[in-house]
Design a binder for this molecule. Structure first.
Ligand SMILES: Cc1ncc(COP(=O)(O)O)c(C=O)c1O
Length: 389
């Protein structure tokens, strides 16, 4: 028999890095002794009333193909929801429903990135956006936030702009940030909007954590500042707000002129999001506010347990995040976060994500997801003392 030919896949796909988070979870998955804080999701199931709405929609026969941009009723409820939250109204004609926030990111890179183009991305960052750019043959150009004493992060807007060149198609901002919890300020948003107008760049704002905030102020949003015709795409998801990670349902806000483009891309990617799930999405938005309030309160309590405990560890520097549900901790003397996360898993039986999964600026850090009941988080911190003290 002739020797097997190597798999002939595109270079960009062959070269995609494996997820370092998955590398850790593969080691501990299924071990009941492990407290798994490696992924970006909580332990609460989807609220019953949302599940019941999906079941009712199935039983009512909503099992057929539907509109590419999403059910008109869902697009209207998303538009109403956003208009209620932000300083400027968002019309339903700018909403595209997608099969998750991740799919929205992929659709955006398909629409904007040619081989050789780059996207400037504020980092440390959830690795999937860089992968989406790479899949299109583009160059994900990570620009790191500056760490500030005490564990916080600051954006150097001038350095961000200086990283843009003739092949830059846009700037990607995730705020509140996974993994750092950093939140962009209103002034920084205004500067980015002005720069994008000036230089003809796209702004891609990933606001999936916009409701998961702990201070008195809502997370500043690009939807508070931009005009409908600005080259702005805001990505959002049902996953985090309503504990719906497994549903794969999200949306984006686009300029009206981009709507037909996105409809075309939806056709060739998924041909639309599952109809009965979209019906449940309407109910999640209409009746889900008390759930969000309870969920955020629980995350706040868990955050305080996590941060108080971590700050008491000798080798740890960590800030109290204002948004999202991650502690991003710097560990003194740690140079290989992947090896350290493996050690934490083996010795403390706690699953953490290595900071290097979020770009080079994340090396030296670990990410802990605290979207759990505070007692479990307290137990995890207790166990981690053996490796962090
Ligand atoms: C920053 C960020 N954006 C987007 C997503 C995508 O969420 P989903 O694909 O579940 O809608 C996630 C999920 O972890 C995320 O952390």
């Amino acid at each position: 028999m002739p020797a097997a030919e190597p798999m002939q896949v595109r270079d960009a796909i062959r070269d995609l890095p494996a997820s370092r988070i998955a590398e850790i979870s593969a080691l501990g998955m299924g071990d009941p002794a492990v407290i798994p804080l490696w992924y970006g999701e909580g332990d609460l199931p989807t609220p019953d009333f949302i599940g019941a709405a999906a079941t009712a929609a199935l039983e009512a026969g909503h099992t057929f193909y539907t509109y590419k941009a999403g059910l008109p009723e869902l697009r209207s409820s998303i538009a109403g929801y956003l208009t209620g939250l932000h300083a400027r109204p968002t019309g339903a004609g700018r909403i595209v429903v997608s099969s998750s926030g991740m799919t929205a990111l992929m659709l955006v890179t398909q629409a904007l990135i040619d081989a050789g183009d780059n996207l400037v991305i504020i980092a440390p960052v959830w690795p999937n956006i860089a992968a989406a750019v790479s899949i299109m043959g583009g160059d994900p150009r990570l620009v790191a936030l500056d760490p500030v004493p005490g564990g916080g992060w600051r954006l150097d807007v001038e350095r961000l702009f200086a990283a843009c060149d003739a092949r830059t198609r846009g700037i990607f901002v995730n705020s509140p940030s996974n993994p750092t919890g950093w939140m962009i300020s209103a002034a920084e948003i205004a500067a980015l909007v002005a720069c994008a107008r000036d230089r003809g760049l796209w702004l891609i704002a990933d606001e999936v954590y916009s409701r998961i905030v702990y201070g008195n102020r809502p997370a500043p949003s690009f939807l508070d500042h931009a005009e409908p015709d600005d080259r702005l795409i805001v990505i959002n998801s049902f996953s985090k707000n309503w504990a719906m990670t497994g549903w794969r349902l999200g949306w984006m806000v686009v300029p009206p002129d981009l709507l037909p483009v996105m409809e075309k891309l939806v056709e060739f990617n998924t041909s639309g999001s599952p109809t009965f799930l979209q019906h449940a999405g309407i109910v999640a938005i209409r009746e889900g506010e008390p759930f969000i309030t309870r969920f955020v309160a629980r995350c706040r309590a868990a955050r305080d347990v996590a941060i108080d405990g971590l700050q008491a560890c000798r080798r740890v520097e960590v800030a109290r995040p204002e948004g999202a549900f991650y502690a991003f901790l710097r560990v003194e003397g740690m140079t290989d976060s992947l090896a350290f996360a493996k050690e934490a898993l083996a010795r403390a039986k706690v699953g953490l994500a290595p900071g290097s999964a979020f770009g080079p600026a994340g090396e030296g850090y670990l990410r802990l997801c605290f979207a759990r009941d505070p007692q479990t988080v307290a137990e995890a911190i207790d166990r981690l003392r053996t490796v962090l003290d």
